[in-house]
Design a protein around this ligand. Sequence first.
Ligand SMILES: Cc1cc2nc3c(=O)[nH]c(=O)nc-3n(C[C@H](O)[C@H](O)[C@H](O)COP(=O)(O)OP(=O)(O)OC[C@H]3O[C@@H](n4cnc5c(N)ncnc54)[C@H](O)[C@@H]3O)c2cc1C
Length: 470
Amino acid sequence: MKTYTPITKDIRRRISDALGDECIVTNQDEVGTYSKDASGLSYPPELVIRVQETAQIQRLMRLANEYKFPIIPRGGGSGLAGGCLPVLGGVVLSLEKLNRIISVDTQNLIAQVQPGTITKDLRDAVQQKKLFFPPDPAGMDQSTIGGNAATNAGGPSCVKYGTTKDYILGLEAVLPSGRMINTGTRTRKGVVGYDLTQLLVGSEGTLGIITGLILKLIPYPPAVSAMTAVFSDLPSAMQAVTQILNRGHLPSAIEFLDAKCLLLVKDILSFHVPGEKSTLLIIEVDGNPEQTKRDIKTIGKILKEVGATHLLPAFNEKERGDIWNVRRQVSLRIHDNYALYIPEDVVVPIGKIPALVAELPKFEAEYGLKIYAFGHAGDGNIHLNITAQNRDNMNRVEMGVKAILARVIQMGGTISGEHGIGQAKKRYLSMELSAESIRLQTEIKKVFDPNMILNPGKIFPKEDFNNRLL
Ligand SMILES: Cc1cc2nc3c(=O)[nH]c(=O)nc-3n(C[C@H](O)[C@H](O)[C@H](O)COP(=O)(O)OP(=O)(O)OC[C@H]3O[C@@H](n4cnc5c(N)ncnc54)[C@H](O)[C@@H]3O)c2cc1C
């Protein structure tokens, strides 16, 4: 089998001559940070390049084709699937300095941005002009818009507003060949030719390096109200979700936390966790100020009707901040408390959430796991935070993960709703996709990247590429 060329002194000199010495990161502590993302995986880069302009990326891609070394695009490094890690060595290409918001067009409700723009910075900048970029991944103060596009990031607001792909009108990208492409439109509609924009979105940096984005904005909702509701168990909480939606309400967030999550943060809750199966719903509505207040009151009534034991409305920023802090603290504490932490983000049909969560204790007992479940109840996206106290029995843990994912697929679900496949989940790809679907997708990859230099080793296991590099 062929292998990639290591980054020799000669190659490094060619890169330095072509791009300028200043974009090579030399501080070893800093280089170390590029060996990780938020997945818990770690692969050291041979070289880290931080570019300042798109032309440098084109020159780098040409050298990568000439010598056959991998290039791994990286945004904020907040990914949970190891997508930006150099699993087969090569050059990590950081886009964080390409971070300008080029324009916010209030007449046509679009923004033009560079890929390294931090998600929260964009949301704040457009909000100042009373415009809204809805995608709200919880890691938004670290993630970049380029990374969000490459993973088609979601977040709590997806239930009402959709995912990142719904806000991308057009892209500028450097292809693996080094050539540039502009896809899509600056208009809100367009159906000319195949939709290359949406092919690049969610492709996890394997088909092209996104260097510019044209984003759709919408008017900023002037008011937001929120409410938390405690239920004695998860099925009644999910019944409440169905009732809210069936009675014509479309909240801008419907999140749930299971009993294990609640017990983990009981010291910061403003209520007593009544039982071992208690479940919390967080509901947010946005829009006109008077209407949101009315909506949250009506939703409160529905929640009571279906058995909420405790309701806590939040009409102002401080109260809403407290609610979301509970959600954030759960993630942080799970991450900090366990030696082994595997973040899965499965999706099942909404009505199947209680059945899946009810089966988790069986998987915990059989495979020695502790699983914390929270997530986006309104769209069926459950973050299964799979933990163990040590890493001694990885085989058993992986068998457990596989068994859970198999069950999710059996329920009509998918193994990833928003984090992507990257390195972490590629071994499970064929559980969900047919051989024909994988064949077609790997053929697409070869058309874009015949030398397999752009983010190799991601999404598809190497056997899907037969005798090629990887
Ligand atoms: C605390 C926390 C909460 C999170 N919550 C959510 C959530 O609610 N919803 C959600 O969807 N995700 C969430 N995530 C995951 C993560 O924030 C998203 O996947 C995010 O989109 C990654 O963006 P990034 O810039 O950090 O990308 P990176 O981690 O740097 O890269 C991710 C992938 O995108 C590729 N990539 C990055 N930039 C480019 C580019 N310009 N061109 C081509 N490819 C590129 C990389 O090669 C890699 O495959 C969370 C993460 C954390 C740590």
